[in-house]
Write a protein that binds this ligand. Sequence first.
Ligand code: PRT
Ligand code: ZN
Length: 226
Amino acid sequence: TPNTQARLRIAIQKSGRLADECATLFKGAGLKLNLRDQRLLSHCQNLPIDILRVRDDDIPGLVMDGVVDLGIVGENVLEEERLERCATNRSAEFATLRRLDFGGCRLSIAIDKDAQYQGPQSLAGTRIATTYPYLLQRYLDNAGVNASSCMLKGSVEVAPRAGLADSICDLVSTGATLEANGLKEAEVIFRSKATLIQSTKVLDTATQELVDKLLTRINGVIQAKE
Ligand code: PRT
Ligand code: ZN
């Protein structure tokens, strides 16, 4: 009988901080993939799975729109997209299958290293440069602080020195970038790791069974490392 099962579609980052870890995870889970070439779409050789390699920023939307079935993305990017979609009345549904053990970082507000900081109210009336305006605004609202933000998709850490903003809200892992730019961390507003998410679109039985099998294997890979 011909194989009519739909292929499971998974979106991962093409290149960047999550790309190698995703490839390693899938390899550990027994997927035979050829991710060396730079193609958008790679077919898994031993299971009915297609891997789509895209910008990390595109992954939440692809899952929320049901264009792909699964995705791996940083929770920072996922939550920012969710908040933006909720604010603009677009669908923002997804299911979290598993938080992963890589891509750890925090989204923090950082200020001039010599500036005084006496809590969130020190930010009142200032401008904060960020790539994450919705996560920042949620923090400011919860803290009852009235501050403005400006969007920078890159080089956020140079904004204060360039006179574009008073402070920044950006991802931090080691803190070396902040230090190199004369900044210090004032508030951690969100803690993030990479996470495996699924579209809420209902899959055919065989494909959902494949998702369950893949998740079992991924759990095994992560447990084996602990
Ligand atoms: O091309 P594409 O859009 O796919 O990639 P990207 O450049 O947007 O993302 P990428 O690869 O830089 O990061 C992907 C994901 O990795 C992020 O969304 C986070 O979930 C996670 N991650 C973990 C980080 C960091 N750690 C991190 N340190 N993402 C970015 N940084 C940057 C940060 O923005 C700052 O510039 O590293 C610098 C700070 O690092 P430290 O070590 O100096 O503190
Ligand atoms: Zn990106």
